[in-house]
Write a protein that binds this ligand. Structure first.
Ligand SMILES: Cc1cc2nc3c(=O)[nH]c(=O)nc-3n(C[C@H](O)[C@H](O)[C@H](O)COP(=O)(O)OP(=O)(O)OC[C@H]3O[C@@H](n4cnc5c(N)ncnc54)[C@H](O)[C@@H]3O)c2cc1C
Length: 456
């Protein structure tokens, strides 16, 4: 199907956008902006949040010719992958073969290639899942994701968020805010990729949240340590570490393994546990960032006291402390940990997911691997808030119990969900129906046409 002909109103729609002054026609040379205090902007699909799921959803909707706006409250695409610094997405492969491909994989593979590296061999099985994560240059990834959005005609709206969402007979009326920005946007479908199911919450649909949440992580890589001296004194450094924890100069969670060598040796920087991390709103994100940065300062001060650590400093630290868990939606169906561990093939499965059960607690994390051959699926019902119409989610807030979520939340799965949700939303917008009503076979065909792997 030709993406330009998918929506017959595309050309007229672009004209409306351009004449409103809100959006110019997208191209890499002429990037669109959504930044004017003008009247109402009319689009087909609104994606809220440009993280692991959101940018893929927006690219897919754009490639299908849908007029698409992506609201992102931060400054770049990629979310936890880039702003959070978790630039090691997984898992696209299971048991020696690829189970998630499509737009997310296209960008990941391109990013590795442009970075001048090669992808590893995924046909080899390992005891650990870690060798199948793909190491990314996060900043490069955000550039390529942005380029793909612009090429697909997506209107990017950074530093903007929905303030109020009202249902209309045709879809939604959304009041958008940002610093100096204030406009209304009319759309047929919303895909909530905020990670926190923010729009779902605003509309009063049920969300789930445990009393306890997994800790977050302030990604940080240290430099300047004399490796030889440190290695020779490893035992003494561990004793110094334990003593510093006892005296309160360091805190539990400053390394999540309790091992002094973790922050010294880690090149990925996923070393601490920030307890109580929450990204639900500006207030909780501020508290989370403050806690993450205090942890880094404590660690840096400590490293400067150890043998070989006199010149310790920070090589790389992310702007935001990354959060593992906030809200999950209560969907039309919910993935349980049994479903996940038994590889339940849902009747309305849209994509695969593959990861160990990976619940981080105050005592660290011990991943529980899936049995050989098991590849879980993500159903459409887990992406649709119960009782809603014209609204989907994609990403870590999918409908799942806490343990299933600890696995299904990973980036490759979020990317698969983003692409699947976008195909569903665009088909619904095209035929003026709801995501629940769209013929499953049509969604599957469209996903396959766009390179995704559909569970069989
Ligand atoms: C420390 C840590 C380590 C992890 N390790 C791995 C790993 O090794 N491999 C792996 O694959 N996964 C890992 N994960 C999990 C994975 O990174 C996340 O679950 C996944 O990236 C979530 O994707 P998402 O799209 O749901 O949310 P996000 O990537 O968080 O994106 C949400 C986006 O929405 C934006 N947003 C939020 N609210 C609004 C709003 N109201 N308006 C506009 N924009 C909004 C945010 O700014 C953000 O850009 C890890 C997660 C963490 C925190």
């Amino acid at each position: 199907m030709n993406r330009r002909s998918f929506f017959k109103s595309k050309v007229a729609g672009t004209a409306i956008l351009a004449s409103s002054g809100l959006v110019c026609k997208a191209s890499a040379e002429n990037p669109p902006t959504v930044n004017d205090n003008a009247s109402i902007l009319d689009v087909d699909v609104l994606v809220v949040g440009g993280g692991s799921a959101g940018h893929v959803a927006a690219i897919q909707a754009g490639r299908l010719g849908a007029k698409t706006v992506l609201l992102e409250r931060n400054s770049q695409l990629g979310g936890t992958t880039t702003t959070g610094g978790v630039c090691f997405p997984g898992l696209f492969h299971a048991w020696g073969k690829q189970v998630i491909s499509g737009i997310g994989w296209e960008l990941v593979a391109k990013s590795v290639e442009v970075d001048g590296r090669k992808l590893q061999d995924f046909t080899r099985n390992h005891r650990s899942h870690v060798p199948h994560h793909v190491d990314l240059n996060g900043q490069l990834y955000s550039l390529l994701a942005e380029e793909a959005c612009l090429d697909a005609g997506v209107s990017l709206a950074y530093y903007q968020y929905p303030e109020k969402v009202t249902q209309t007979p045709e879809g939604w009326l959304v009041e958008v805010r940002g610093q100096g920005v204030n406009y209304q946007l009319r759309c047929k479908q919303i895909i909530d990729c905020s990670g926190n199911a923010t729009v779902v919450g605003m509309l009063g649909f049920e969300r789930m949240r445990g009393d306890e949440r997994q800790p977050g992580t302030q990604v940080v890589v240290y430099k300047g340590l004399d490796k030889d001296v440190v290695s020779k004194n490893a035992k003494q450094i561990q004793q110094m570490y334990d003593q510093a924890v006892k005296e309160g100069r360091l805190q539990k969670g400053d390394t999540w393994s309790g091992k002094a060598m973790q922050p010294i040796r880690s090149m990925k920087g996923n070393v601490n546990h920030i307890f109580g991390a929450d990204a639900t709103d500006a207030g909780t994100q501020t508290q989370t960032n403050l806690a993450g940065r205090k942890s880094v300062l404590r660690m840096l001060k400590f490293l400067k006291t150890i043998p070989g650590g006199e010149n310790a400093s920070i090589d790389r630290m992310m702007n935001e402390t990354a959060t593992r868990e906030t809200f999950r939606i209560k969907g039309e169906s919910t993935i349980t940990v049994n479903d996940y561990q038994n590889g339940r093939k849902f009747d309305d499965a849209l994509c695969y997911s593959f990861y160990p059960i990976d619940l981080h607690t105050k005592d660290g994390v011990v991943p529980k691997h899936l049995k050989r051959g098991v590849v879980p699926t993500i159903p459409r019902g887990a992406l649709i808030p119960k009782g809603s119409t014209n609204l989907m989610v994609a990403g870590r807030c999918l409908s799942s119990d806490r343990l299933a979520n600890s696995a299904a939340r990973v980036q490759a799965s979020c990317m698969g969900m983003g692409q699947a949700a976008a195909c569903t939303a665009v088909l619904a917008a095209k035929s003026s129906t709801t995501p629940k009503e769209v013929h499953l076979g049509e969604i599957h065909s469209l996903l396959r046409e766009h390179g995704a792997i559909v569970p069989t």
